[in-house]
Structures are given as structure tokens and as C-alpha cells.
Design a protein around this ligand. Structure first.
Ligand SMILES: [Zn+2]
Length: 325
């Protein structure tokens, strides 16, 4: 069944309005967004872990709710869905392989989730989530359906503008970033070399993992994300994998020639490029190191200080009105 048709069916069965123009879960077929039993509910299609086709459900409740209790209550009702909760939002992701679940079954599932939610969470219907004033319209705040009154929208926008300026003005401590980054890179090398030696193989994910660790450490040291910090993270990641290879070679040389580790390492370091280019694994790990460095530089983005409010607009009522869009 076509995505739009399926969503329209769910819309009819659940009473949740269908907005083809809002693609908050990634799929262009749009999203159902509405209120059910006082909770904000959104349903749409998107991608689960590993790029699997998935159905996503968002359930939003009042801040005053006990999120631990919410997690527990939904945990009993979630079935095959993956569940994540925070202070105000539960996200459920159900992957599927061939066909989407039957519309009636899925509607029943949503109903069960809401019944479970009611036992643990407080509703947010008709009230601004910030100040509690009456507010009838759901808006999208950075793609999350929420209740936000006009004056709180202005306040949040201003607050984030101030935060963005404050972040720009932060001092950058490159030296501390370098120290933190080098410690992380060294730990990464030891892990890379050790795992390669013990398992006799290398893992692409290892390079990306080292990259993430180094990037995090550098940013923690520098205090903010700058181009210098990004480049430092990338270079340290590549160096970490390269030195990890040296540790691997040194461990091998040490065992084969009964040498001390330091002697073996010195031997390896002086012949590093020859060793690295002579072995298949060596070239491969340079590629991995560069991928890791690239992911790191791309991944250490500046935090976003932007509140984007979008009104919901008019829902689509029938399939022909969907097709006309
Ligand atoms: Zn408000």
C-alpha cells in the first residue's frame, strides 16, 4: 500500500489530522499530528536503525510527568517497537520489512500506547508548555509538535539568539583541546593496536569510534567548535589509527623476535611507511583513518541555537486532495 494511502487510513481510524506538508520523520509522505486524550501524538514513516523502513510514533506529555514511570508504562505496551523517552517526549520506532502493519492493528497499537501513557503521564492539551497559559494551536518547534504561546515563542527565539552570541564570544582554549585530544588519541591507538593484535583484524567502526572520542575530547578542551578544533580532531584521529597500527606491528615483531616492546616499537616507527604500504591491512587502515577523520570533522558541528516555529496549517482530508498537492 502506498505510504500516503496508509497514513490517510490511519488518520481516519485514529482521528489524527494528516499533514502531507510536514515531513518531520523524514519520509515525504507527511505526518499525522494531533491531540489524543490530551497528549500530542505524531505518526509518520521514516528510517529506523541501519536505514530500515520504519513507522515512528511520537507521544508528548506535560513536563511535570515522571519520565521514569512513563518509560516503564510504555515499556509494557510497546510490543516490537523501540522506545526512547525524555522529560516530555516518548519516541517509538517500529521497523518493518515488506508491508506496513495492517491499519486497524496499528490503530489498536496506538490506542494501547495511549492507555498505558495515561496511567503515568500528565496531559498537555490546550496549554503552553512554557508558561501554562491557554493555547489552542499545536506548532512545530524544530520539527517537534508542541504547544507554545506567541509570547513564549518570541522569548525562546530571543533567548537562543543570546545563547548563540554568548557561544560565539566564548574563549577558545586550543592548548587544552590538544592535550585532551592527544590523550584520547593515545587511548584510541592502544585500543586499535590491541584489538588488531588479539583478533587479527581491523574494524572500520573502530576508526569512526576513535574519531568520535577524539572529537569529543578536543571540543571539551577547547570549549567550543572552531575550524582549528575540527582540523585538530581530524589529524589526531588519523594519527591515532596510524600509531595504533604501529602498536600492532610492534606487538607482532616483539613476539616473533623476542624483543622488548619499546625496542620493537622504535623499529616499527622508523620503518612505519614501508610497513604500512607493504601490508594490505596497513593501506586499509589508512583509508579507515581518513574516513574516521572525515566523520570526526563533519560530526563536530556547532550546536544549533535556532528555534524554528512552523504553524501546522491545513490538514489533507482525502486521498484526492493529497494527490492534488
Ligand atoms: Zn507561553
Amino acid at each position: 500500500m502506498k505510504n500516503q494511502e496508509w497514513l490517510l487510513q490511519i488518520s481516519k481510524l485514529t482521528g489524527l489530522p494528516y499533514y502531507q506538508q510536514h515531513t518531520i520523520f523524514g519520509d515525504k509522505s507527511g505526518t499525522l499530528i494531533g491531540l489524543s486524550d490530551g497528549f500530542v501524538v505524531a505518526v509518520g514513516l521514516g528510517k529506523g536503525n541501519g536505514g530500515h523502513a520504519a513507522i515512528k510514533i511520537l507521544l508528548r506529555y506535560a513536563k511535570a510527568s515522571d519520565s521514569g514511570a512513563v518509560h516503564q508504562a510504555l515499556g509494557h505496551a510497546k510490543g516490537k517497537c523501540k522506545l526512547a523517552t525524555d522529560q516530555t517526549t516518548a519516541t517509538l520506532v517500529q521497523t518493518y520489512s515488506f508491508a506496513k502493519p495492517d491499519a486497524a492493528d496499528f490503530t489498536e497499537k496506538v490506542r494501547e500506547l495511549l492507555t498505558a501513557l495515561k496511567t503515568a503521564a500528565l496531559p498537555i492539551s490546550g496549554k503552553c508548555e512554557e508558561c501554562g497559559r491557554a493555547e489552542q494551536q499545536i506548532v512545530l518547534l524544530n520539527d517537534v509538535p508542541a504547544y507554545y504561546c506567541p509570547s513564549c515563542q518570541v522569548q525562546l527565539t530571543q533567548k537562543l539568539d543570546v545563547a548563540a552570541v554568548a557561544y560565539e564570544n566564548l574563549e577558545t582554549n586550543l592548548l587544552l583541546g590538544l592535550v585532551y585530544g592527544m590523550v584520547a588519541a593515545l587511548l584510541g591507538s592502544i585500543a586499535w593496536g590491541g584489538v588488531a593484535y588479539l583478533l587479527q583484524r581491523i574494524f572500520l567502526w573502530g576508526a569512526i569510534g576513535i574519531g568520535l572520542l577524539v572529537g569529543k575530547a578536543v571540543v571539551k578542551g577547547t570549549g567550543k567548535v572552531t575550524w582549528a578544533a575540527r582540523i585538530m580532531s581530524g589529524v589526531l584521529t588519523a594519527a591515532s589509527v596510524g600509531f595504533g597500527d604501529s602498536i600492532f606491528y610492534a606487538l607482532t615483531v616483539m613476539k616473533e623476535n623476542q624483543l622488548a616492546f619499546a625496542t620493537a616499537l622504535r623499529l616499527v616507527m622508523t620503518n612505519f611507511w614501508k610497513l604500512e604500504s607493504d601490508s594490505d591491512g596497513g593501506l586499509l587502515s589508512i583509508v579507515f583513518a581518513l574516513i574516521g577523520a572525515g566523520v570526526t570533522m563533519y560530526g563536530t558541528r556547532k550546536p544549533a541555537f535556532k528555534a524554528r516555529f512552523i504553524p501546522l496549517g491545513t490538514p489533507a482530508a482525502t486521498l484526492s486532495s493529497v494527490a492534488a498537492n
